[in-house]
Structures are given as structure tokens and as C-alpha cells.
Ligand binder design. Structure first.
Ligand code: SIN
Length: 501
């Protein structure tokens, strides 16, 4: 059995400033127009350590009216910011990158406390997160336009790229830092100003990043952060960002269900959208795969963030010829996990972020087992928000994972007999974010990678996320790409200038 935590839940209050080298990074106010600010009605809500359930502090529970102030501040800051040279924005983002790197350890500790992932994973997230600022600092000076030879006499065509304007950035709790920088980096590099809606579960990472942005001299109003609790306030803030016509673009990472609501709210003002939504990633192991590499890939691709990422493998399909061997090797590795509070020595995996997440994993396990699935490892709730990392084999015909993401530490191993059969099954879902497969057959690698209906494929690879490549999905996993060469284009619009000569 994986080692599970005992007596981790302490409750009470935790003073995060005691564990930070720079206690001032722990900011507990929202940030509007260059000022650390409360909500206009003084409402706040509490944020908890997901492992110990100690109260970390409070943040303002802001309203639609507060959001409007943030939007107005971003609009007021826009003309000067977009007029700065691309080089000066590049220099500022480079300063921010250096400052983020200098404070990496503290930023990782904030993630451990508010999200629950292990310190090793949190440090990995900060490296990933800071990479977006580094990458887009460089991209700021590469927003090339082009000229087009005209078919008409006496005409010259020039296309330039311009910042789209005020952007609303709505980010999730599973990568409290990286999902902010992935949007903030290209927006600022392009010359846009932003209003960030920080996730209720993990607002402190966003606020720490903004503290550093303020210190390096990002002008007031260029970045604004609104905090709000789940429920009515969150819905109102999201609606304001989507319906306010001053906001010209929304970049959202979250569920397909919420993505559809936001998209309809944006219709009235026809905003440009980038949506990175839910997935149901297949992970396929062919009979000719290097099994040890495939097992390592499944561990990395399934259990990253305790299974709480949009690209985590949700359905693991293994060829019948290697099914038993793969299942027992995977189970043996999961058995060695050490689950606990991410700051504790040797902890590999943390808790889930909320009770709804734990309940969902539990339901997926229970329904599968009721249908006849075998539990190879795990299968039970732990204390608080912990759930045992679980491996299920011999799945019955119908299990919840066929249709929805578990978003938790459950590896469900399906059996298949032929390439055609597995391709049909894995593509038969309405979403298509990421997919992975392992095979040594080169022809199959090309063929299968091209036919998988997803935006990103790992071929004998399960860690695919990098700042330098495009991240995004197809079908109901959304549209637009973040990171990579074209990530900045999401924040720019083309302007054609036709010159008569
Ligand atoms: C996500 O879960 O939404 C992002 C995952 C990643 O960037 O790797």
C-alpha cells in the first residue's frame, strides 16, 4: 500500500510568513490600479492549507463592481503600456523573470501550502511557470508583421500586429503559478493590460507573482488581480469580465462546462477567446512498447499533481499481450508512493484540492468496483482531502472514466486487442486535449499520432508541457494555443494598412 499520512490535519492557523525567506511575498489583498486593496464591501474569505487544513489567511471577496474598477484601471493603463517599445517590455519581463527565479523557493512553498502538491512538484511548477515569462520576454520583440505585393497598381500592403487591448485572465487552482504566467507573459509582451481573476483555492501564488511584478516596476494598472470566493461572487466576477465591452479578450483555463457559460457571456461583445478546457486523455501501451518506459510514463502522466491536471492520463489502454505485466509493474510503483503534506521529507504526492474532488475519485472507484473492476492498489479515502493512489484493472464494459475526467489519483487500466479497436475507442469522446502512446514501431508511431483526435500527443513520452511549445486542445477541449512560437498571437490582432503611392 502507498504510505498514507496520519495525524496530518492540524486545523488552527498557519503563519506562512514563518517559512518564507521573504515574508513580504505573502500578500493577502487584491491588487487594483497599483494598490493593494480590499473589496469595496470589506468582505473576505478564508484560504486553507489543503494538507493540514490550517487557515493560511483571508483574501478579499470581490464583486462585479470591484471587477469594473480593475477593468477601468487596465483600460487607463493601456495607452502608455502599448506605446512602450517592445524592447522596453522585454527588458521589464526579463527583470521579472530574474526576480521570479530568485524567489523560486518561496514561490514553491506557497504552492505547497495552498495547493497541496509536494515540494518537488511545486519547484517543478515554478521552473515551468517562470519559463513562460522568460520565453515571452524574448517573444516581445518578435511580433513581426508582413508586406503583401498588391495586385493593383499604385498600392502597397502592410500588415502590422497590434495588442488586442484589455484582457481578462481566468485561471485554475491546479497550477497556481504556471497558469497565471502562461497568460500574463504573452499578454504583457504583446502590449496588453490585464485583469486576473485568481482562483479561490490558491490566490496567494498569483499575489506573490504580482508583488514581484510591482517590485520590478510594472506600471500601475497594467496588471490587476481580483480575488473572490467560489459561488455567487466568482460567477459575478467572471460574468463582468466576459460581458464588459472594455475587455477585448478572455483567456480561460478550466472545465468545459464553465467554458461554455463564459463563451455565451462573451458573445454579446464578440471577444477574442483562448479556452483550455477539460480533457479525457488516453494513454495507450502497444504490445511492442518498452514496458518499463511505459510504466514510468504512466506514473508521470497519470499522477502529476495527484492526477489533477487537464492532461493527466484518464484511460490507460494496454494491449492484451502485455496487460498483466504492465498492470503489476504499475501497481508495484504506485505502491511505493509516499502521500502526505508536501513539505514533509520524501513525500511524493499530496492531497486533492477540495472535497468535491475526493468525492469524485471515490465515486469513480466505487462504481468501477461494483461493475467488477479489481483494485490492485489503493481504493480508499484517507484523512481530510487525501485519497489513496489507486490502480484498477479488469474494468467492466462501462465505467465513469469512459466519459469524464476523474481529476484524481486513479489509474484505470483498460484492455485492447487491435490498433483499430483502440483508436476508435480513444477517439470516441467529445473532448481532445492530450493523448499518449508507447510503441517501438516507427510506422505506427507516425500513423497513430496523426490519427489521435487531440491537440497534443506524447509518443513514448508523457511529460509534454513546456513553455516553448503550443499547448491546447481540439473539439470540446477548447481552442487557441498557449506558449510556444504562436502563443503571443492570441493577444495580438492584425491591422492591414493599404498605402496609395
Ligand atoms: C492544466 O492542467 O490545465 C495544465 C497542464 C499543464 O500545463 O501541463
Amino acid at each position: 500500500m502507498p504510505q498514507m499520512p496520519k495525524n496530518v490535519i492540524k486545523g488552527g492557523k498557519e503563519d506562512l510568513t514563518q517559512v518564507l525567506k521573504d515574508p513580504k511575498l505573502f500578500r493577502t489583498d487584491a491588487y487594483i490600479d497599483g494598490k493593494w486593496t480590499q473589496s469595496s464591501d470589506g468582505n473576505t474569505f478564508k484560504v486553507f492549507n489543503k494538507a493540514t487544513q490550517a487557515e493560511l489567511g483571508t483574501v478579499p471577496d470581490m464583486s462585479a463592481a470591484d471587477t469594473r474598477k480593475a477593468i477601468d484601471a487596465a483600460a487607463a493603463a493601456l495607452p502608455a503600456w502599448r506605446e512602450q517599445s517592445a524592447k522596453s517590455r522585454q527588458d521589464l519581463l526579463t527583470k521579472l523573470f530574474i526576480s521570479l527565479q530568485d524567489n523560486a523557493e518561496d514561490l514553491a512553498k506557497i504552492i505547497v501550502a495552498e495547493n497541496g502538491k509536494s515540494l518537488t512538484e511545486a519547484k517543478g511548477e515554478i521552473a515551468y511557470s517562470n519559463g513562460f515569462i522568460e520565453w515571452f520576454a524574448a517573444e516581445a520583440t518578435r511580433t513581426y508583421g508582413h508586406t503583401v505585393p498588391a495586385p493593383l497598381p499604385g498600392v502597397r500592403n502592410v500588415v502590422i500586429k497590434q495588442p488586442i487591448g484589455v484582457c481578462g485572465l481566468i485561471t485554475p487552482w491546479n497550477f497556481p503559478a504556471a497558469m497565471i504566467t502562461r497568460k500574463l507573459g504573452p499578454a504583457l509582451a504583446a502590449g496588453c493590460t490585464v485583469v486576473i481573476k485568481a482562483p479561490a483555492e490558491t490566490p496567494y501564488s498569483a499575489l506573490a507573482i504580482i508583488e514581484l511584478a510591482e517590485r520590478v516596476g510594472v506600471p500601475k494598472g497594467v496588471i490587476n488581480v481580483v480575488t473572490c470566493n467560489k459561488g455567487e461572487r466568482e460567477a459575478a466576477v467572471g460574468k463582468e469580465l466576459c460581458e464588459n465591452s472594455t475587455v477585448r479578450k478572455i483567456s480561460f483555463t478550466g472545465s468545459t462546462r464553465v467554458g461554455k457559460i463564459l463563451m455565451s457571456q462573451c458573445a454579446g461583445s464578440l471577444k477574442k477567446l483562448s479556452f483550455e478546457l477539460g480533457g479525457n486523455a488516453p494513454f495507450i501501451v502497444f504490445g511492442d512498447a518498452d514496458l518499463d518506459k511505459a510504466v514510468d510514463g504512466a506514473i508521470a502522466g497519470k499522477f502529476r499533481g495527484s492526477g489533477q491536471t487537464c492532461i493527466c492520463a484518464n484511460r490507460i489502454y494496454v494491449h492484451e499481450s502485455v496487460y498483466a505485466e504492465f498492470a503489476s509493474k504499475l501497481a508495484a510503483k504506485v505502491d511505493k508512493f509516499k502521500v502526505g503534506y508536501g513539505m514533509d521529507e520524501g513525500v511524493t504526492h499530496g492531497p486533492l484540492v477540495n472535497q468535491a474532488g475526493v468525492d469524485k475519485v471515490s465515486q469513480h472507484v466505487e462504481q468501477s468496483v461494483k461493475g467488477g473492476a479489481q483494485v490492485l492498489v489503493g481504493g480508499k479515502r484517507g484523512e481530510g482531502l487525501f485519497y489513496e493512489p489507486t490502480v484498477l484493472s479488469d474494468l467492466p464494459d462501462k465505467v465513469p472514466m469512459d466519459d469524464e475526467e476523474t481529476f484524481g489519483p486513479l489509474a484505470a487500466i483498460y484492455k485492447f486487442s487491435s490498433e483499430e479497436e483502440v483508436l476508435k475507442k480513444v477517439n470516441d469522446v467529445p473532448v481532445g486535449l492530450a493523448g499518449y502512446f508507447y510503441s517501438k514501431d516507427v510506422a505506427r508511431c507516425w500513423r497513430f499520432a496523426e490519427k489521435l483526435e487531440v491537440g497534443m500527443v506524447g509518443v513514448n513520452a508523457a511529460i509534454i508541457s513546456q513553455a516553448v511549445v503550443p499547448f491546447g486542445g481540439i473539439k470540446e477541449s477548447g481552442f487557441g494555443r498557449e506558449g510556444g512560437r504562436d502563443g503571443i498571437l492570441e493577444y495580438l490582432v492584425d491591422k492591414l494598412m493599404v498605402f496609395g503611392v
